[in-house]
Write a protein that binds this ligand. Structure first.
Ligand code: HEM
Length: 439
């Protein structure tokens, strides 16, 4: 049988690349309307991309043999940032081993031990939020989620070391343009953008290596609960991670866990402040520690504004799917955002309705903010706990004003979709809070 691909726009590949990079959602929604639940887009550097919107197709792909559906290879464009041994760009045995060694730090029990840090970090930041001023929340959620990674993932609590990491790490995972994802030719490593990137990388890696060395010789290593300490302690078949691999995994956790959760939190407040009744109800849930409602709000926020809009799997051999025979090398792309806005699965999809998730198990074939299968987000439990905790602590500490402003449009930032104005909010007043038990 000869290879066949679903239909797609007849534009030159470079034009399609521009549309995917500059206005991914408008372009993809347009393709969905025109070509249906399976369509093909061609982008230089990524090749042939087959987008999937039908949950049955997506389920098939996410459960398929990972030796044929390579996620690591699909993520390869970010290898320049996360390093060649990152769990994100690994496939096969290498992926199984790295993921197995990282997972214990992200299980529910380990995550629960970090909640008190999440509470403290949020409280410290919120204490400085101005009253009566309109200001963007995204920089604040970025500061909070960065601090949470520094203290709970890398395990740093010393103020001077925290200050150095706060400055050095964010530029490491900045992706200003697709050019930055290309490995620079050797000659260009010493000019302009690439030179700055190399310098940032050298500085950040030196700081991470120093933290790893400190962790290895820490007499309290056995009691430490941060992810770095747990990765240093865990070994797989007597094959512990060496320092280079640990650096790659720490940068991965920063890239995967910092901007994503910051954007998801910013969207949650953007959505709530535009729905006064829901804002009020969520503030009450925060005051009463009603985690069921807070969870439903976070899930609906991730449904209506998924910060990662698509995931990919690269085929290592031809595959038959939904009547097409896709050739080796095709990038199969479950389109998270399109599924989340399909009226067939979510009636009135543009409405923000946490009730959709109240007291219900999520249907993981149509709720995909964390991807799925054996590559499902390793930090999903951590991220949801963090979102619920930060949401609760913010609303316990400040009264936010609702707004009649139109919804903020979506903007691409790095690998995430963020609110265009950064989720503008106004604090009416700070509230007195009693410390609640966290465990
Ligand atoms: C709201 C926040 C987050 C969202 C929306 C998100 C989303 C995702 C998605 C869509 C994937 C790809 C899954 C796939 O290909 O099927 C992923 C992978 C991953 N995420 Fe997250 N993530 C979030 C937070 C985090 C956090 C907090 C961490 C850790 C600190 C983390 C660590 C990872 C890692 C290590 C992977 C790679 C897993 C693998 O390849 O086996 N993420 N995430």
């Amino acid at each position: 049988m000869v290879s066949t691909l679903p239909p797609g726009p007849p534009l030159p590949a470079l034009a399609q690349a521009g549309l995917v990079w500059l206005m991914p959602l408008r372009f993809l929604y347009g393709c969905h309307r025109r070509y249906g639940d399976r369509f093909t887009v061609r982008v230089p550097g990524f090749g042939t991309m087959v987008y999937l919107v039908d949950p049955d197709d997506i389920r098939t792909v996410l459960r398929a043999d990972p030796a044929i559906f390579h996620a690591g290879e699909a993520n390869m464009p970010i290898a320049e940032i996360v390093g060649s041994r990152s769990v994100l760009v690994a496939d096969g045995e290498q992926h199984r081993r790295s993921r197995g060694m990282m997972l214990p730090a992200f299980h529910g029990d380990s995550v629960r031990k970090q909640v008190a840090h999440m509470v403290d970090i949020t409280a410290e930041d919120v204490a400085h939020w101005p009253v009566g001023e309109h200001f963007p929340l995204l920089p604040r959620t970025q500061a909070i989620t960065l601090e949470i990674i520094l203290r709970t993932v890398i395990g740093v609590h010393d103020e001077d070391r925290l200050a150095a990491l706060r400055e050095a790490l964010p530029p490491l995972v900045e992706i200003g343009s697709p050019l930055e994802l290309l490995p620079p030719p050797r000659l260009l490593r010493n000019v302009g953008l690439w030179r700055r990137r190399e310098q940032n990388k050298a500085r950040a890696h030196a700081l991470l290596l120093a933290e790893i060395a400190r962790c290895r010789r820490d007499p309290t290593l056995a009691q430490r609960t941060d992810a770095l300490a747990m990765m240093v302690r865990t070994s797989d078949d007597e094959q512990p991670m060496d320092d280079g691999e640990l650096v790659d995994q720490l940068v991965t956790l920063l890239l995967a866990g910092h901007e994503t959760t910051a954007a998801a939190l910013a969207w949650t407040f953007e959505r709530l402040t535009r729905n006064p009744a829901l804002l009020e109800r969520t503030a009450q849930a925060a005051a009463n520690s009603d985690d069921g409602w807070l969870d439903a709000v976070c899930k609906e926020s991730l449904r209506s504004r998924p910060v990662i809009w698509q995931i990919g799997r690269k085929l290592t051999e031809p595959v038959e799917l939904a009547g097409y025979r896709l050739p080796t090398g095709t990038l199969v792309v479950p389109a998270i955002n399109l599924v989340h806005h399909y009226g067939r699965y979510y009636p009135e999809p543009a409405e923000f309705r946490p009730q959709r998730f109240l007291d219900k198990r999520v249907d993981t074939s149509v709720w995909l903010p964390f991807g799925g299968g054996i590559r499902r987000c390793l930090g999903a439990t951590f991220a949801q706990t963090e979102m619920r905790t930060v949401l609760r602590e913010v609303l316990r500490r400040v009264e936010l004003a609702p707004t009649a402003e139109p919804a903020e449009p979506v903007r691409v930032r790095h690998v995430t979709l963020v609110p265009h104005q950064g989720a503008m909010v106004t604090v009416r007043r700070h509230l007195a809070v009693d410390r609640i038990a966290t465990a």
